[in-house]
Design a binder for this molecule. Structure first.
Ligand code: SF4
Length: 145
């Protein structure tokens, strides 16, 4: 922690780790879209008609700090940590971790300007929570929802 910036603000060393690991994983991602196809969330997150490779490219852009597309941001924001993406990745990347790192970057946790929030859609949170209730234990729900 850096003090005075709130308990969720990572310190400089952690920010550097987030940025270097984000860059490393983004460079390994081919944006094939297999993780998007395996993910149960797109139907609940403004993505049902989006091309998986486009969504994946958007996620990779968020991860690397490049200009983000609405599809990429929506995929990052919709992650409920199901982990189904990991088994689908032909590059054997930890996609769930990539999404977590991308989420940190999107929220500005690394000191960068936060990206436009997809939560401007008023139905977004309720759709994500509805899906999460189907997949989470009661203990997980009390912790995460
Ligand atoms: S499945 Fe792996 S390589 Fe393909 S887009 Fe997802 S993270 Fe990238």
């Amino acid at each position: 922690m850096t003090g005075g910036e709130g308990p969720l603000q990572p310190g400089l060393a952690q920010v550097q780790r987030i940025l270097s690991e984000s860059a490393r994983l983004a460079a390994l991602c081919t944006a094939c879209g297999e993780c998007v196809k395996a993910c149960p969330m797109p139907a609940f997150a403004l993505l049902p008609a989006a091309e998986p490779a486009i969504v994946a490219a958007g996620m990779r852009a968020v991860l690397s700090g490049a200009p983000a597309s609405p599809e990429g941001l929506a995929f990052v924001a919709a992650c409920t940590r199901s982990g189904q993406c990991n088994a689908a990745c032909p590059e054997r990347l930890d996609v769930a971790f990539m999404l977590r790192l991308a989420g940190m970057r999107a929220k500005g946790a690394t000191g960068e300007a936060p990206l436009v929030a997809v939560k401007s859609d008023p139905g977004w949170a309720s759709r994500v929570k509805a899906f999460a209730r189907m997949t989470m234990t009661e203990e997980e729900q009390s912790k995460w929802l």
